[in-house]
Design a protein around this ligand. Structure first.
Ligand code: EPZ
Length: 492
């Protein structure tokens, strides 16, 4: 990208990535504007037509080495945190996935300068000396719920924000009431208007518009809620105590970055965070932690295919719950060193019940992948989803592939091992897609996974990484509603 006004071409095939929708628009001449609008229309038409799929021929044991990328769910709040300072923030190890590009666009929309030297990029420089648009528009929020993470920083820095309500999504209703009630405790006035959260700190001038420290006890553990209010509190007047906080490594990573920016925070890694507000934060440089969900997905890939995978650039400590569960199910997992794990399958997989929990428990973001493994384990595995009310969308697709499973509210009962057979299946959300990819890797024949734009939101180069360790998987640039598995498809 070429700084403000730049357009980056080449991410995900022919698609253009424009960080600068608003910035560029203001500079256009009228005729240039018309031409540009026509080009945008064409581009959007092209985008609509293209619906990529994955084609997987299962049955290969995966062997080799996979390097884990940066954590999407860490990079998102870290990028939003750059709004808290007028100074330059450099962020490294950003995963090259769609959600981060969307976050870049959102920050640019607000008038921040977002620079990268290549596209897609893993190093970003963000500079927000002024923020002219304290707004997260619907068009961006609808594609990425994490846009809500800009609410806390905007309120902290400007005392005013207008953020589109994220609404529900495939995995559940996902309200943001806890984010809003915490901000109200900190002195914000919040109204809902035309689908937008409109928040402001009453008063005049910089001092009057400052949030004030408060004592907040979250009724429920919320990851982005904790992150949002943590960021809001860094510039508040006085001390904020947050109780019943999420303890996910992504929250701890955000604390580490905020501290480098001059924030005064205690209690990271615990359920209680104490933040003493400061007048200003300064620029910094930060490297985001490895993606524990991507690492967990590859651990399952090694185990389910009976392979032998070495997983590098990861943080084994963050994998404790997943490692313990996979070992219970018969996988052999070793910690090689501080950043490397090795998983070997081959032994018979056996059923093991699993319940999703907040960190340090078994992550809901690994539930679909674990379900794929449970279909191959001997015996009955009970899988209980406690975090989201509707996170079993992948189950019906796995049943179409031959899985023997039934659902009872928040519990899935999986009987295995089942001989899965390749089918055409639909991805419904990011992690459901990962579960279907894993099922496809052990199914006989060809599996076509439709709507893989979900997986592009959060897994960097998953096709390339799987192919490098022996999987027979390819991306098919499809259009229309489906590709029949027996029809020859173009190779990417
Ligand atoms: C984060 O979502 C992650 N997203 C999700 O990752 C992850 O599944 C989830 O945490 C749980 O670990 C990011 O970090 C960007 P929550 P978040 O608020 O913060 C309820 C992925 O695949 N709740 O911790 O939105 C909520 O409905 C994704 O990468 C309220 O009731 O989740 C849910 O039942 C998807 N009111 C529970 O709390 C609120 O105000 C936990 O949600 C907020 C949440």
């Amino acid at each position: 990208m070429r700084g403000r006004g730049g357009i980056c071409v080449g991410l995900w095939g022919s698609e253009e990535t424009d960080f600068t929708q608003r910035g560029a628009e203001t500079q256009r001449t009228q005729s240039g504007e018309r031409k540009r609008k026509e080009q945008d229309k064409e581009r959007k038409k092209g985008k609509k037509k293209r619906m990529d799929k994955f084609l997987i021929r299962g049955g290969k044991a995966l062997r080799g080495t996979v390097a884990i990328s940066g954590a999407k769910n860490s990079a998102l709040p870290v990028m939003a945190a750059a709004l808290l300072t007028a100074e330059k923030v450099a962020v490294h190890n950003i995963p090259k996935v769609r959600d981060l590009v969307t976050m870049g666009k959102l920050l640019t929309f607000m008038d921040a300068k977002v620079s990268v030297t290549e596209m897609p990029a893993s190093d970003y420089v963000i500079e927000a000396p002024t923020l002219r648009h304290a707004e997260a528009p619907y068009e961006l929020v609808k594609t990425m719920r994490a846009s809500i993470l800009t609410l806390g920083p905007l309120m902290a820095r400007l005392g005013v924000a207008r953020v589109s309500l994220p609404g529900g999504c495939a995995i559940g209703a996902r309200p943001v009431d806890l984010h809003l009630s915490a901000l109200e405790k900190m002195g914000a006035e919040i109204t809902m208007s035309h689908g937008y959260i409109e928040a402001k700190v009453p008063g005049n001038g910089a001092k009057g518009r400052r949030l004030k420290g408060a004592h907040v006890v979250f009724e429920k553990i919320t990851v982005t809620g904790t992150e949002n209010i943590l960021m809001a509190a860094t510039l508040a007047d006085g001390e904020t105590i947050l109780e019943n906080c999420a303890r996910e490594p992504e929250v701890t990573d955000l604390v580490a970055m905020l501290r480098k920016m001059g924030a005064q925070i205690e209690g990271d890694g615990t359920a209680t965070l104490r933040i003493r507000g400061v007048r200003e934060l300064h620029g910094t440089e930060h490297r985001v932690i490895p993606d524990r969900i991507e690492a967990g997905t590859f651990l399952v890939a090694g185990a389910i295919t009976g392979g032998d995978l070495t997983i590098t650039h990861c943080e084994p400590e963050h994998q404790s719950a997943v490692i313990a569960k996979l070992q219970e199910a018969g996988a052999c997992i070793e910690t090689i060193d501080k950043t490397t794990l090795r998983v070997r399958g081959g032994k018979k997989l056996v059923a093991a019940d699993m319940t999703t929990e907040e960190y340090p428990g078994f992550a809901t973001d690994m539930q679909a992948q674990y379900m794929a493994l449970a279909t191959q384990a001997e015996g009955t595995s009970m899988i209980t989803e406690t975090i989201f009310e509707n996170r079993f969308m992948h189950a019906s697709e796995m049943i179409r592939m031959g899985a023997n499973l039934s659902l009872d509210g928040r519990r899935a009962v999986v009987r295995g091992p089942a001989a899965l057979s390749g089918s055409i299946v639909q991805a419904s959300d990011l992690r459901a897609s990962a579960g279907l990819v894993l099922a496809g890797l052990v199914a006989s024949g060809e599996t076509v996974i439709d709507r893989v734009y979900h997986i592009d939101r959060g897994y960097e180069g998953i096709v390339e990484k799987l192919r490098a360790v022996g999987a027979d998987i390819e991306r098919v640039h499809g259009s229309g509603s489906g590709v029949h598995a027996s029809v020859p498809v173009p190779v990417t």
